[in-house]
Design a protein around this ligand. Structure first.
Ligand code: 5GP
Length: 254
């Protein structure tokens, strides 16, 4: 395998230069972090599953006209994506109270919200990604009011579509974190869904039992973490055919 230029290494993914200008290769690691990387671990096979799950969800979203950075999956752990200018916001959409939201408002986890609620966090590890308002976002120039209108409408569409998709396989989409980027074509700019949509970035609960099928199993030491990710892949019908043996995936030369 040829040596590729590493553009960026994050906590759970690596970005390499892509084969053509304007493309990147997104590599999914098995590493897991929580609480702003104060808790670290490895979930064997997670990268392979997340690559597949994000491919599946971004493809379905693309089919209903949501613009995404995803081009195609390359192998077990890598996908080809468009290079975008990342907007430094974590956009969280919540349907049910959980996590920091439940804590902040003194609500029991599992309380249904009157409507889907969007929150913005400034993507900055050193500052542990503080929650910000539209005022902060526009005043600091992270996004314009027009960008924010587009981000909000895309976020709600993504949340509605994925809520239905997961409901169809017996899973409640409690909340999700998404990121967006600017895709330039000459002077034209489009805002597109970027990063990933996986059990690392969503809360997914079994509809009948409320069993957690997401990264909270790792955050809260609930055990059976890899099994939960496999269950999500299985219900979506995308479990790698060869089963656990092929979850190791190829070794990438760096
Ligand atoms: P909370 O604010 O309740 O911790 O998280 C809300 C939602 O956003 C959850 O689905 C959680 O997984 C996701 N989320 C929040 N921060 C991060 C982050 O830094 N990385 C990832 N992957 N997801 C996050």
């Amino acid at each position: 395998m040829s040596r590729r230029k590493r553009i960026y290494e994050g906590k759970v993914k690596v970005l390499y230069e892509g084969p053509e200008p304007g493309t990147l290769v997104q590599y999914f690691k098995d590493d897991a972090t929580a609480f702003n990387a104060r808790k670290r671990g490895v979930i064997t096979g997670k990268g392979v599953l997340n690559n597949r799950i994000s491919e599946y969800l971004m493809t379905r979203l693309g089919e209903i006209g949501v613009p995404t950075h995803f081009i195609r999956r390359l192998n077990m752990r890598e996908q080809l994506v468009r290079e975008v200018e990342i907007i430094p916001l974590e956009v969280v959409v919540r349907n049910v109270a959980a996590g920091t939201f439940a804590e902040r408002f003194g609500l029991a986890e599992g309380t249904a919200l009157p409507r889907s609620i969007i929150e913005y966090y400034y993507k900055n590890d050193e500052l542990t990604s503080p929650m910000v308002s539209e005022e902060h976002i526009t005043a600091f120039g992270w996004a314009t009011p027009q960008d924010l209108d587009e981000i909000m409408s895309l976020a709600l569409r993504i949340n509605d579509f994925l809520s239905g998709l997961f409901l169809g396989v017996g899973i409640r989409l409690v909340d999700l974190k998404i990121e967006f980027g600017r895709l330039w074509n000459g002077d034209d700019m489009r805002i597109v869904l970027a990063d990933e949509i996986t059990p690392d970035s969503c809360r997914l609960w079994d509809i009948k039992t409320n069993e957690k099928l997401d990264k909270d199993r790792f955050r809260r030491d609930l055990g059976k973490v890899a099994e939960a990710y496999q269950e999500v892949a299985r219900r979506l019908g995308i479990m790698p055919e060869a089963g656990p043996a092929d979850l190791k995936g190829p070794t990438v030369m760096q």
